[in-house]
Structures are given as structure tokens and as C-alpha cells.
Design a protein. Sequence first.
Length: 144
Amino acid sequence: MTAARKRAPSLPSKLYVGTYEFPLKVVPATAPELDDADGMCNTDEAARCIYISALLDTRKRLEIVYHEITHALNFVHDIDEDKVPIEEELISTKHGVAWSQFYLDNPRFVLWLVHTLARIRREQRLGEDEAIAVATPEIKGTDA
Ligand SMILES: [Zn+2]
């Protein structure tokens, strides 16, 4: 009997940001909630949600997920450019609190993150191996 292949961790369908809950939805690229963007963070109480376009590769999805979560953290932790002046040191302090709490509160997100980073690194390694093979064809197949 062979071991069942483990399913890759998926993006959680809900994120806990401070005392708020943000549903997270991967939607078609044409979904009106995206407003022609790759992602969207709606902080309105009645419509609170993070939307991610389904039409992104692994690397871009990671980038957009972080972008939208940062909006949610900024909302919850009151990091607001309209309340200038806000000093970089204060933003960094707030982000330190916000991200450490976010990771503690969202273990399924951390699983997804670790899996996603490993997948991107694996793809990068495969790309490098192909590039090396193309650049140095004379090395291929020899036993030096
Ligand atoms: Zn944005």
C-alpha cells in the first residue's frame, strides 16, 4: 500500500487580523470586486473581504496576497497616510506587532506560505538547472 499523497495547503478562506475577520476569496480575474486589479481589500464592515484574482502565477499570487493583507493590517492597526505625519519608525513598530500577531493567529496561512515559498524556490531551481544546461551543453553527459 502506498502512502496517500498529501494535499498542498491552500489559502485559508478566512484570515484573523487583530479583532477582525477577513474572508479571503480567490475570484475570476473579471470579478467586479477586483475593479480591474489583481487583488482588493475591502475594509467596509458590511462587505469586509480580501479578493485575489485566480489568474496569477504562484509568485505573483504571493505578492498580491501580501499586498492585500498589508492593507488589512494597516486598517486594523490604524496605519493611515491621511493621519500624517506618521513616522517610519512608528509604521515599523506597528507592523512588527501586526505581523507577529497575524502569524500567531493564522497558522493555516503560515502553512500555505511555507508551501508556496518552497514551490517558488523549486521552480527557480528548475529554471536555473535548465539555464545551466543550455549555457554549458559540453558538460552535459560527461563524467569529469
Ligand atoms: Zn493596494
